[in-house]
Design a binder for this molecule. Structure first.
Ligand SMILES: [Zn+2]
Length: 250
């Protein structure tokens, strides 16, 4: 392993090797679930421009590598809520955010996995679809249509290439559209010259891209989108703010 100076995929600044963790580091460790060490070191780099933190080791992984090593039959052990609890909670949250606007919304849940969230919303009278580019399937993103509300929950931290993600998301955006997405901001959690102990930095969960607020702002700017944060974990990109979502942006 050489101390390569990788360019930041978001802002193209230089990056610094930040720390190394075992591949089996996972998000359930803060609940006392520790997997045996894998013996596979995973290096994370931090951008000196926007503080985006990333692991180039995954840049060359094939889809099959991700399926074999991360999204395999043991994934549920380190992310037990992903099958049902989280999509149901997200569907409920969306209904609370938009209590009376569903007739105006054309919704796409990007990275929606098994489609539970979108199906739940549809049962409540929403116009909602789900699309997951992973694993590769017959649905072509260019044929899905345009949407004025896109959600991407638990997506950003999982992608090796945030630019590719943004290209896909922007293809789905209508003239006026808001993207609501989750990812935990790394500000105050990740610093140069200190160990990478943050629970969210977990290669076994596929958390391979960790965003500072500045990096999300920069990512939005690159794709001509405004950026806003509601909390450390919930954010939006938007263009021509839809009037029905005005209560969120103002
Ligand atoms: Zn950067």
């Amino acid at each position: 392993m050489t101390n390569k100076n990788y360019r930041c995929p978001i802002c193209d600044s230089a990056s610094h090797m930040l720390d190394v963790v075992d591949f089996n580091k996972n998000c359930e460790e803060n609940k006392g679930v520790f997997l045996p060490l894998s013996g596979v070191p995973v290096y994370y780099f931090m951008c000196e421009g926007c503080n985006f933190t990333f692991s180039p080791a995954f840049w060359n992984w094939s889809e099959q590598d991700f399926l074999d090593c991360i999204y395999n039959d043991k994934y549920i052990d380190i992310d037990p809520d992903y099958v049902e609890a989280r999509p149901l909670a997200n569907a409920s949250a969306l209904q609370q955010i938009f209590p009376s606007q569903k007739k105006l919304i054309n919704h796409m849940d990007y990275g929606g996995g098994n489609g539970v969230m979108s199906n739940t919303l549809s049962q409540h009278g929403w116009n909602s679809k789900s699309y997951d580019p992973f694993p590769r399937n017959n649905n072509l993103i260019d044929e899905l249509g345009k949407f004025n509300l896109i959600t991407a929950f638990e997506v950003f931290e999982h992608v090796p290439n945030p630019n590719e993600l943004m290209e896909n998301l922007t293809k789905l955006m209508d003239e006026s559209c808001i993207i609501l997405f989750s990812t935990l901001i790394s500000d105050n959690e990740i610093k140069l010259n200190s160990r990478l102990n943050w629970w969210y930095c977990s290669p076994r969960n596929g958390h391979i891209s960790l965003y500072s607020k500045k990096s999300l702002l920069e990512l939005g700017r690159k794709f001509n989108l405004n950026f806003g944060s509601f909390s450390d974990g919930f954010h939006c990109f938007f263009k021509k703010n839809p009037t029905w979502a005005k209560h969120l942006i103002d």
